[in-house]
Design a binder for this molecule. Structure first.
Ligand code: GLN
Length: 479
């Protein structure tokens, strides 16, 4: 039977499976078929699991017994830095090529209880460092809309797996934009939840004070459904927030005050088409009855500088565990110390090494105060900027990225250019607030409709406002 995968949502798939229109096995088979057709070229998956149909069979039994929940039999892909017990997980790195996870991440445990089907693990920049998936040790993923272009990163495989119709929804992770930037490049919806709302237990750490797991889908509703399942307090994550911190749906306003930080948009490299599309989006929001308010976030201009001090610092510390003794690859050198050197020299890629070196430097005695401490102080100022802004407005809107998807190889040798990609997304992670990227327009290049993304940012624990405003906006937006 032919299933319309292009327009399929979680609710529709659930209704179809429960009414017997098709089974979980039929649905999983349809996605496996798409993967067979497309993934040779796109390379969104590092591994498609061998037991997908077995998982689907089990879901069918639950559906037949009348006990199906909304997610029973729903196919999902998992970014290669989230642990599933007994399955391989490499974080896109050679150093973990043959590593098998020994426990389930909390998000995985929650999804398993709902009866989802894990289709496979998706490609990513090594240890989530990058914005194009070109830093994967296993080769880049291609953008399904134009295979000469990157899908964004680091959750490029995750987003491309949804955009190409190779899965219904995906889990990614976002440290400085890694869900929202690829969502923007591929015309998908991606949510970076409030820091602390989704457990990081079982997510391989990159920047522990920034990382969050989040959902990616074709619609806001799909993203919202997955978020509601994976969120919640977890005693296994020391930075986990209390459930009572979440804002309730009933308190969300219908007509909102939307802040636009016009001064912060004045950055070099903001593409004209992106700006035009952003301005059109503002007009649409006004027409929908929302009030647009000019706001100021004066310290945002320091975001990238702060991020690229703090992130390497956290990276250098988090990467220390990959020493050839505890996990993964182990190579032998001349002596014990040399074993570390050869293992890390061989097992880790260029960008990871760059950050370890910078991070070690900014944390070293004599430079700690000048760089690491200073950056932390400015981080506080950025947090304060948002705090003040949210006293005046309900939500903030910016473009998600300064440009549309770039060509594979175009920025690979220029780290600074790559870092500038995150200029609108990084401040959000510095402040720990939630943000969502939704499609808002296109730029035509070489006959290809390259998507443009719009980013809504809300106050801590106010994901409900993001869902509301995004749905409202997308009603007005036609693909
Ligand atoms: N591109 C950013 C970086 O390389 C963000 C990565 C991420 O969010 N994981 O740090």
């Amino acid at each position: 039977m032919e299933i319309d995968l292009k327009n399929l949502t979680i609710k529709k798939a659930h209704e179809d499976m429960v009414s017997g229109k098709y089974s979980a096995v039929d649905l999983a088979s349809a996605y496996l078929e798409e993967i067979k057709k497309k993934d040779g070229e796109l390379h969104t998956y590092l591994e498609v699991y061998g037991d997908v149909l077995e998982q689907a069979n089990k879901a069918d039994e639950i559906i037949k017994s009348g006990k199906a929940g909304l997610l029973t039999g729903i196919p999902i892909s998992i970014k290669d830095n989230i642990l599933i017990k007994g399955r391989k997980v490499s974080a896109g790195s050679k150093i973990l090529e043959n590593y098998t996870a020994t426990y389930d991440a909390t998000v995985i445990e929650k999804l398993k209880k709902e009866g989802v089907i894990f289709i496979g693990r998706t490609n990513m920049d090594e240890f989530a460092m990058g914005g194009s998936t070109e830093n994967s040790a296993y080769g880049p993923t291609k953008n399904p809309i134009d295979v000469l272009r990157v899908p964004g990163g680091s959750s490029g495989g995750a987003v491309a797996s949804v955009a190409s119709g190779e899965v219904l929804v995906a889990l990614g992770s976002d440290t400085g934009g890694s869900i929202r930037q690829p969502a923007s490049f591929c015309g998908m919806v991606g949510l970076k939840p409030t820091y602390g709302l989704v457990s990081r237990y079982g997510l391989m750490a990159m920047g522990s004070s920034f990382d969050q797991i989040g959902p990616i889908g074709k619609t806001v509703e799909d993203v919202e459904i997955i978020f509601n399942v994976i969120k919640g307090n977890d005693p296994k994550d020391g930075t986990s927030l209390k459930n009572s911190d979440l804002k309730l749906e009933s308190t969300v306003k219908n007509k909102m005050k939307i802040g636009v930080p016009y001064d912060s948009l004045n950055v070099g490299g903001l593409d004209k088409d992106v700006l035009d599309s952003f301005n059109e989006s503002i007009e649409k929001l006004k027409k929908l009855g929302h009030e647009i308010v000019k706001i100021e976030l004066p310290n945002l201009k320091y975001s990238l500088a702060v991020y690229y001090v703090l992130i390497p610092a956290e990276v250098s510390s988090n990467m220390a565990r990959f020493d050839g003794v505890k996990y993964g690859l182990r190579l032998s050198g001349e002596n014990g110390i040399d074993d570390y050197f050869v293992t890390r020299a061989e097992g880790l890629g260029g960008e990871v090494k760059r950050r370890i070196i910078i991070g070690t430097y900014v944390l070293s005695s004599g430079y700690y105060d000048a760089y690491y401490n200073k950056a932390n102080l400015v981080r506080e100022l950025i947090r304060d900027d948002y705090k003040k802004a949210f006293e005046k407005v309900d939500v903030i809107v910016t473009p998600t990225t300064p440009s549309v998807a770039f060509k594979i190889g175009e920025k690979a040798n220029d780290p600074l250019q790559m870092y500038l990609e995150d200029i609108f997304t990084v401040p959000v992670n510095l402040a720990g607030v939630p943000a969502i990227s939704v499609p808002c327009g296109f730029k035509m290049i070489d006959g290809k409709k390259l998507p443009i993304g719009l980013q809504f940012i809300a106050n801590h624990c106010d994901e409900e406002t993001l869902f509301k405003i995004s749905k409202d906006f997308l009603c007005e937006f036609t693909l």
